[in-house]
Write a protein that binds this ligand. Structure first.
Ligand code: ADP
Ligand code: MG
Length: 145
């Protein structure tokens, strides 16, 4: 279990950190991405997706909970659980479908999930924090399978 802490000074640097992580991901891996609004969670996921070969837009799925990108070297699910916020009526099947053994999944706002993440094979926990201007403190904790 290794944690890596970096200060990035722009979106491109955060995307590059994400790309380095992506190189080690395999199907079934789940990456939890935490941090305040605007901290760079979606930017990080975009960098990882580009490294995985996803070519289309990677944008925040806030109003859909989940987006799927199927054109990379591995199918990717991108979830934003902000809207769930621990809702009692959360459908457990949703996460099950998106966190399948054949996919890589990135989950923004993982703490909003009331159910469904406990069985996930979490490969890394990423935390982003504002550090003034375009600076961000990015922590990547890799979790051995
Ligand atoms: P979140 O998903 O956490 O709400 P986004 O990734 O959607 O955040 O937005 C982050 C915004 O901050 C983007 O407009 C991005 O270009 C900008 N930004 C500026 N500096 C950085 C940085 N060092 N790392 C990531 N994003 C940055
Ligand atoms: Mg986002």
């Amino acid at each position: 279990m290794a944690a890596e802490a970096r200060r990035t000074t722009g979106a491109a640097q955060t995307e590059a950190l994400a790309a380095a992580l992506a190189a080690d991901l395999r199907p079934g891996d789940v990456v939890l991405v935490s941090g305040d609004l605007g901290a760079g969670k979606t930017t990080f996921v975009r960098g990882a997706c580009r490294a995985l070969g996803v070519t289309g837009p990677v944008t925040s799925p806030t109003f859909t909970i989940a987006r799927r990108y199927e054109d990379g070297r591995v199918p990717v699910s991108h979830l934003d659980l902000y809207r769930l916020a621990g809702a009692a009526d959360e459908d457990p099947a949703l996460l099950e479908e998106e966190l399948g053994p054949d996919r890589v999944a990135f989950v923004e706002w993982p703490h909003a999930a009331a159910v469904g993440l406990e069985d996930a094979r979490v490969a890394a926990r990423v935390t982003l924090a504002h550090a003034g201007g375009d600076d961000r403190d990015v922590t990547i904790e890799r979790i051995a399978a």
